[in-house]
Design a protein around this ligand. Sequence first.
Ligand code: ADP
Length: 213
Amino acid sequence: MWVLGLTGGIGSGKTTVSDLFADHAIQVVDADVIARHIVDRGTPALAAVSARYGVQALQHDGTLNRTWLREKIFSEPNEKQWLNDLTHPLIREQIIQQLQAADSPYVILSAPLLVENNLTKFCDRVLLVDVSEQTQRQRTLKRDNVSAEQIEQILAVQASREERLAAADDVIDNDAAVNALAPQVAKLHQHYLELAASAATTKQHQPDQPPES
Ligand code: ADP
């Protein structure tokens, strides 16, 4: 399966862009969605979290208290490490499963921390949704129920704009109006269809095992 990595900081427009690729019938594996489900009620990961922190990590209905946990790991780097060690292998396993199960001409792996978490190794190409930090802050504040301070904390742990640009093969500039996106996506989609098709042809002509003599 030919995999396009889609990345960009919080509020850059990844979901908006991946929805447009989905309009072209391209399947999207979303690392954020997987990360949320990995700690759903009844999962081994949530049991491990509540064993470590007790009921304070849970809401009354037994689901994860995400706000509490977010604050915990922002203030205690060791706890963040513990949580990453617990969840990252599970998230990777799910990502691989979903990528393998996809049956569109190519598949998108969307992850805000694609570069930071070395998920680029699953990708044949990386597309960055790029916006200024000012736009990121404004759109995230408008969308989410978070404080300006929390946004600064999130921005501080994400790669810088320059680091992301260095890892990207293609860039969508999303500082402009939202209706500027569809034509850019349509053009890139045609290009990716060609790349995926030619990668499949090359693979067919290069069998994994050399023929026996
Ligand atoms: P991400 O998935 O990268 O966090 P989203 O796609 O959710 O980002 O976009 C963040 C917010 O900005 C959403 O509310 C979205 O509707 C809005 N948005 C995305 N692109 C634009 C744009 N070009 N102009 C204005 N608002 C936009």
